[in-house]
Design a protein around this ligand. Structure first.
Ligand code: ZN
Ligand code: MN
Length: 471
C-alpha cells in the first residue's frame, strides 16, 4: 500500500478535420511543405481579419453534445497572449469565460465516470522542431481548428486517465470530426496530477505534464509522477506547483517552469470577432443527428450476451458497430454474429481484404451465411472460405458457396464414395483404425474434409468411415 491516491484531471486537445482553417481560407491539411500553407490571417499580419469557420463550430458543438455538455446559447472568443516562436500572432484565439460547452460526463470502458468541466473552441499553433542545435518553425499548423476538453479532477489512476483519453478520442472518431491521428499530433493531452493521503479530501499542489501525444506516454508519465511526488512527501518535502514535460527515453518527467514563472496570458475579448449566438433549432438538429455513441453501443452489445472482449472490439469503431447491428438486424443471432465479426472479419480487415467503411459483403449476406452454418447446411470451414470471397468480392452467400463448390454434400451415398476413396488411399490409417487407434479416425476425417473442401459434416464423415471400416 502506498498510502496516497492520485488526483488527475486531463486537458485533451483535438484537431478538427475541417476543409479549411479556423479563421482563414487556408487548407487544413497535414504534411504540406513547411510554411506553404499560410496567409496574412493565420500569420497575424496587421490589418488581416479572422472569419470563424462554421464547419468547425458545428463539429465542436456536436462533440460537446456527445459529451453531454450544455451548449452556451451565447459564446465568445478571447485572446490568450503569450510569446513563443511557434505562435505567429503573439496570441492564440481561444475561449476564456464563455466557452461553447459546459458540464457533461464520460463513462469509461471500466465503468468509471469522469465529469467534463468545459469544452472550448480555439486555434492550433505552428510547430517548432529542434534539429542539430537549431530550432526551426513550420507555421502550416497555425490556425488549425482545435477543441479543448477539460475534465474535472475525477481520475484516480493512470489506467483510468488513459481510458478517459481513449474514450474522448473514440467519441470524436464516432462523430467523424477528427482524423485522430496520434502520430501526427491530432489528439494531444496535458495532465494535472496531485497526490493526497488515501481517504483524505485535501488538495495539494499539482503538477501539469504538458503535451503528450501517446496513450502509453500518459500512463507512464502519471505512474512516474505518482512515485516521484509520493517520495517527496515521504521524505517530508513539499511538491512544487510546476509544469513538467515527459521524456520517454529517460522514462522521467522533467521540470519546465515553476509557478513563479507561470505566464500571465492577459486574456481579453477578441476585438475582431463578435460574440456568437447559437440557434437553438440548429443545436437541436445537431443533437438529433448524433450517432449511437460508444458507451451506449457497449451497453447494447453486453446486453446481447457478448463477451467483454467482443464488446470492446466491436464498439471500438462506429462502422464496425453499425455493421454488426446490420448483420443482427438481418436475422443472425448476436453471439454467432459477434464470433464471425471479431474472428474472421477483423482478421480480413487486418489483412486489408475487408473494409467496414466500404464493405463489399452485404450484412444480410453475412447473416445468411451464419444462418446456413447454424442450420447445418454449410460446414464451418466452408463458411470461412465463402466469407473470404464474400468479403473480397461481394455477391450473395448462396452464389458464392455454389461457385466455390462449397454447398454441403448432403447425399449420403456421394459422401460414402468419397470416404471409400480416402480409405483406399490410406491403407495404414485404415489398419490403425481397425486395430483400435482412435487417432486414425480423426486423421481420416481430416482427409475426407480435404478431399471435399470441407463440404461434409465431420460427424457424418466419421459415421461413414466407421461403417466402411467395419468398426
Ligand atoms: Zn491562413
Ligand atoms: Mn488549449
Amino acid at each position: 500500500m502506498s498510502g496516497f491516491e492520485m488526483v488527475v484531471g486531463l486537458e485533451v486537445h483535438i484537431e478538427l478535420s475541417t476543409r479549411t482553417k479556423m479563421f482563414c481560407g487556408c487548407m487544413n491539411s497535414f504534411g504540406m511543405p513547411p510554411n506553404t500553407n499560410v496567409c496574412p490571417v493565420c500569420m497575424g499580419l496587421p490589418g488581416a481579419l479572422p472569419v470563424p469557420n462554421r464547419a468547425a463550430v458545428e463539429s465542436a458543438v456536436r462533440l460537446a453534445l456527445a459529451l453531454g455538455c450544455a451548449i452556451a446559447p451565447r459564446s465568445k472568443f478571447d485572446r490568450k497572449n503569450y510569446f513563443y516562436p511557434d505562435l505567429p500572432k503573439g496570441y492564440q484565439i481561444s475561449q476564456l469565460d464563455e466557452p461553447l460547452g459546459q458540464g457533461g460526463e464520460v463513462l469509461l470502458v471500466g465503468g468509471t465516470r469522469v465529469r467534463i468541466a468545459r469544452l472550448q473552441l480555439e486555434e492550433d499553433a505552428g510547430k517548432l522542431q529542434h534539429e542539430a542545435g537549431q530550432a526551426i518553425v513550420d507555421f502550416n499548423r497555425a490556425g488549425v481548428p482545435l477543441v479543448e476538453i477539460v475534465s474535472e479532477p475525477d481520475i484516480r489512476s493512470a489506467q483510468d486517465a488513459r481510458a478517459y483519453w481513449e474514450e474522448i478520442r473514440r467519441i470524436a472518431l464516432y462523430l467523424g470530426v477528427t482524423d485522430a491521428r496520434m502520430e501526427e499530433g491530432s489528439v494531444r493531452a496535458d495532465a494535472n496530477i496531485s497526490l493526497r493521503p488515501e481517504g483524505s479530501e485535501e488538495l495539494n499542489p499539482r503538477v501539469e505534464i504538458k503535451n503528450m501525444n501517446s496513450f502509453r506516454h500518459l500512463e507512464r508519465a502519471l505512474s512516474y509522477e505518482f512515485e516521484r511526488q509520493a517520495a517527496v512527501y515521504r521524505s517530508g518535502g513539499r511538491v512544487l506547483q510546476e509544469t513538467r514535460g515527459w521524456d520517454d527515453a529517460k522514462g522521467a518527467t522533467f521540470s519546465q517552469r515553476s509557478k513563479e514563472e507561470a505566464q500571465d496570458y492577459r486574456y481579453f475579448p477578441e476585438p475582431d470577432l463578435l460574440p456568437f449566438e447559437l440557434d437553438a433549432h440548429w443545436v437541436h438538429a445537431l443533437r438529433e443527428g448524433l450517432p449511437v455513441l460508444p458507451a451506449v453501443r457497449r451497453q447494447q452489445l453486453a446486453a446481447q450476451g457478448l463477451s467483454e472482449e467482443q464488446v470492446r472490439l466491436i464498439a471500438e469503431d462506429r462502422l464496425r458497430a453499425e455493421y454488426f447491428a446490420a448483420v443482427v438486424a438481418a436475422g443472425a443471432p448476436p453471439v454467432e454474429a459477434a464470433k464471425w465479426l471479431t474472428g474472421e472479419l477483423l482478421r480480413l480487415e487486418n489483412e486489408g481484404r475487408f473494409d467496414f467503411a466500404q464493405p463489399r459483403a452485404d450484412a444480410p449476406e453475412v447473416a445468411a451465411l451464419i444462418g446456413l452454418v447454424a442450420g447445418g447446411k454449410v460446414t464451418q470451414s466452408a463458411a470461412k472460405t465463402a466469407l473470404e470471397t464474400l468479403a473480397e468480392q461481394g455477391g450473395t452467400a448462396r452464389a458464392v458457396l455454389e461457385s466455390l463448390g462449397l454447398t454441403q454434400m448432403d447425399d449420403r451415398e456421394a459422401v460414402r464414395s468419397e470416404v471409400r476413396a480416402v480409405l483406399a488411399a490410406e491403407e495404414k490409417a485404415l489398419l490403425d483404425l481397425r486395430s483400435g487407434k482412435e487417432k486414425a479416425l480423426s486423421f481420416l476425417v481430416g482427409q475426407v474434409m480435404r478431399r471435399t473442401r470441407g463440404r461434409v459434416p465431420a460427424d457424418l464423415a466419421a459415421t461413414l468411415i466407421r461403417e466402411e471400416a467395419g468398426v
